[in-house]
Design a protein around this ligand. Structure first.
Ligand code: HEC
Length: 189
């Protein structure tokens, strides 16, 4: 009887130890899944908005609805995972890079400007219970340039909307292939 008790205690402690363990592999996997989901949803919905009402449709999607998609995915992954977009040239206050995020964004920029292969993810250790996984967001289609390219080339109506809503003049001046920002997935134990 005693033996069985000891054995089951050992077994239980193993089970709990495993449930607690958050490996680097697991962190990368969860982040990759959440990031792909966000990217493909944004892409799909932007395309739909374009089909419905060209640049006007896209502008109202980006201003009003893109954040809803981010919030929805953020909720879906539970309280230990959060997802957001950050940029060094942010329009939305929500996308302002925090102190410890700035260097990683600069690193993506430097890699891009050095003609090196961009990593899909950079994992940052925040503290012993928290990781941040960054995935670069590139200026990957001509549509991005319609709103994030050279300011003088952006259509007047959209520009007016952006400055009315965001009270800043950010988010312009990016060329094709450049880094526009990053998706950041924060994962805690
Ligand atoms: C129709 C205009 C428009 C198009 C097209 C567009 N964006 Fe944006 N983008 C915006 C607006 C407006 C925001 C601010 C959204 C918010 O309030 O959350 C934004 C925000 C962002 C952000 C978050 C940082 C910030 O400035 O707040 C990133 C990253 C981004 N866009 C990347 C892209 C990429 C990559 C593409 C091309 C696939 C793209 N955008 C296409 C208008 C646009």
């Amino acid at each position: 009887m005693k033996k069985i008790l000891v054995l089951s205690l050992i077994l239980l402690s193993f089970l709990f130890a495993n449930a607690e363990e958050l490996t680097l592999e697991k962190v990368k996997e969860v982040a990759s899944k959440a990031t792909s989901e966000l990217n493909s949803k944004l892409k799909k919905e932007l395309k739909k908005a374009k089909r419905d009402d060209k640049i006007k449709g896209m502008a109202s999607f980006c201003i009003d609805d893109s954040k809803k998609i981010i919030d929805k995915i953020d909720k879906k992954y539970g309280s230990k995972v959060s997802i957001k977009r950050v940029s060094l040239n942010n329009r939305s206050e929500k996308s302002k890079a925090l102190e410890n995020e700035i260097n990683i964004l600069k690193a993506f920029d430097l890699i891009q400007k050095s003609d090196a292969y961009q990593p899909k993810q950079i994992v940052q250790i925040v503290d012993e219970n928290t990781y941040k996984v960054y995935s670069p967001i590139e200026m990957r289609s001509r549509d991005c340039k319609k709103c994030h390219g050279l300011e003088k080339k952006v259509d007047k109506d959209s520009k007016k909307k952006f400055s009315d809503v965001y009270k800043n003049n950010n988010g312009y001046g990016h060329k094709s292939g450049e880094i526009r920002g990053a998706v950041v997935v924060t994962i805690s134990k």
